[in-house]
Design a binder for this molecule. Structure first.
Ligand SMILES: *[C@@H]1O[C@H](CO)[C@@H](O)[C@H](O)[C@H]1NC(C)=O
Ligand SMILES: *[C@@H]1O[C@H](CO)[C@@H](O)[C@H](O)[C@H]1NC(C)=O
Ligand SMILES: *[C@@H]1O[C@H](CO)[C@@H](O)[C@H](O)[C@H]1NC(C)=O
Ligand SMILES: *[C@@H]1O[C@H](CO)[C@@H](O)[C@H](O)[C@H]1NC(C)=O
Length: 490
């Protein structure tokens, strides 16, 4: 059933007449070719999706961890699934697809409202008094869905934190939870039994640095600095700003790491103990450990919730390898937290889409570990969808799935051909999205193109975590660039 698009006659001509083939290549090297030589190169323009591979394993495959796992690496797992330490928590059921996308919309709106203000100020997020926000209904949160486990305090306590390239301050729920602590799987951190914990005082420079990291002025309680951070509409954390020993791996132990000891925390953090901030501000983990790692880290998000990825601090083995392609951080993003990218084009099945350059420059773009589905400017998404549908026209379409409007019913097939989608970034970087990042699979009768449109042409584009799966994404804060390598993990 998996047939090739190009008629056999062309394939025959190409192999039978190599001179003609050569002439075609020469001709087309100057014409931004829309010819696709699938006769000889079909594999490079399509993924072949085997439908029996879509059955998700119910057990964690721990042997999948890290093709490029190394010394200063932490395991990265999906929050909901057999590899997650939160998995055994009966109090939590994984969100439905609709809930996942609803939360994703919340995160996107939050990011877009923060970045809508090109002045770079985060202060437009309105939290006048976090401690008095009403107990919420668990609506929007958007704090990503991959977690790592780190050690905090002495003796160290293992805490599972959501990792987030879109925020800076690291925090965990702390006893005695003076305001409110949501249910978490790990025991809550208790600073009173740690010998390395200390409060940060109100008049310190560290306390003042909270303004840019959180977008809120710190408060002061009995001379202890109090941080406040809000994510989206209804999740937040506030508490004492403190220093503590952070143990990432046995080789990576940091004393006096600045973090939030959360006394009032609410949101859909899914049973995680808090959040690990990997943004660009001075309070983020990469910034606080810059002396050792030079603000360099990389991660690989696993292809499914039953496999394991990694977060590596410092230069990974592939850092200087030709298999990693770097694009400079975009200068159009003024916000101090986000990693901006300049998208320059998109191709589908080897064909570069005709999208005016201004479509991408008007919107700008960031890469985010917490947004699930990549959001594109409306014109860019329309072009992508149209070409994808055209190339998929032999397959029966299925029902839409929330924000995903291009879905297929593959229940009658054993394998199907999926056109490859590539993104182009400034610096001549071409990134071909792996198959697992091209489609969002609800089940075999609802397999959807995993991209969505922004509602407004001026909204920022977001390169989301579905599209990053199995890639090794290298953040080089010192070098001002982001790199992509394929086959980072399973
Ligand atoms: C675990 O994953 C590896 C890599 O994808 C695969 O080769 C192996 O068969 C898997 N094992 C199980 C039990 O699924
Ligand atoms: C930008 O931020 C300033 C100060 O926070 C605010 O007054 C202004 O309304 C914001 N502009 C937009 C377009 O959001
Ligand atoms: C930190 O400050 C809070 C509030 O002032 C106080 O209750 C707590 O005992 C302090 N902890 C330490 C270890 O000083
Ligand atoms: C596939 O998933 C959709 C959405 O979750 C659901 O409505 C539908 O019944 C499912 N179909 C099958 C065959 O499981």
């Amino acid at each position: 059933m998996a047939t090739m698009i190009v008629p056999n006659s062309i394939a025959f001509q190409l192999s039978a007449n190599s001179l003609f083939f050569l002439l075609l290549i020469i001709f087309c090297s100057s014409c931004k070719t829309t010819f696709a030589f699938q006769g000889t190169k079909s594999k490079s323009f399509h993924h072949i999706l085997h439908l029996n591979s879509l059955l998700q394993s119910a057990a964690c495959n721990s042997s999948t961890q890290g093709l490029h796992h190394q010394k200063s690496s932490l395991q990265v797992v999906h929050k909901h699934g057999p590899c997650s330490p939160l998995h055994l928590d009966r109090a939590k059921t994984p969100p439905t697809h609709a809930e996942t996308f609803f939360q994703d919309e919340g995160r996107v709106r939050y990011i877009q409202s923060r970045l809508a203000n090109k002045s770079g100020s985060k202060a437009d997020v309105k939290v006048t008094d976090v401690a008095n926000l009403p107990a919420k209904d668990g609506r929007v949160v958007g704090s990503g869905n991959y977690i790592v486990t780190v050690g905090v305090g002495t003796p160290k306590k293992q805490l599972s934190l959501i990792f987030d390239t879109g925020s800076d301050i690291t925090w965990t729920q702390c006893e005695p939870c003076l305001g409110y602590c949501y249910h978490q799987r790990d025991a809550k951190f208790d600073p009173s039994v740690s010998s390395t914990y200390s409060n940060v005082s109100c008049n310190s420079v560290q306390c003042s640095s909270l303004v840019s990291a959180t977008g809120h002025l710190p408060l002061c309680s009995l001379s202890t600095c109090v941080y406040r951070i809000q994510y989206g509409d209804s999740s937040f954390s506030t508490g004492f700003f403190a220093k503590e020993r952070l143990t990432l791996t046995p080789f990576d132990v940091f004393d006096n790491f600045l973090f939030g000891c959360g006394q009032n925390n609410q949101g859909l953090f899914g049973g995680a103990a808090g959040l690990l901030g990997l943004g660009r501000d001075q309070l983020s983990l990469p910034s606080q450990t810059a002396r050792k790692y030079n603000k360099i880290f990389s991660y690989c998000l696993p292809s499914s919730s039953s496999s394991i990825g990694f977060l590596t601090l410092g230069k990974c083995r592939r850092y200087g390898s030709k298999s990693v392609k770097f694009t400079p951080l975009s200068t159009s993003i003024q916000d101090s937290s986000f990693y901006g990218l300049d998208i320059t084009g998109i191709s589908v099945g080897g064909k570069r889409l005709s999208i005016s350059a201004s479509v991408f420059t008007t919107a700008g773009a960031i890469i985010d570990s917490g947004t699930v589905i990549t959001r594109l400017p409306p014109d860019a998404y329309a072009a992508l969808r149209s070409e994808f549908r055209q190339r998929m026209r032999r397959y029966r379409m299925g029902r839409e799935l929330s924000i995903l409007d291009t879905c297929y019913d593959f229940s009658k097939y054993k394998s199907v051909n999926i056109p490859k989608i590539s993104f182009f970034f400034r610096g001549g970087v071409k990134l071909t999205i792996p198959l697992v990042g091209t489609l969002y699979v609800a089940n075999v009768s609802q397999v959807c193109l995993a991209f969505a449109a922004n509602s407004d042409a001026s909204d920022i584009a977001i390169f989301g975590n579905t599209q990053q799966k199995t890639l090794q994404v290298i953040y080089d804060g010192a070098g001002g660039r982001v790199g992509f390598g394929t086959k980072g993990c399973y």
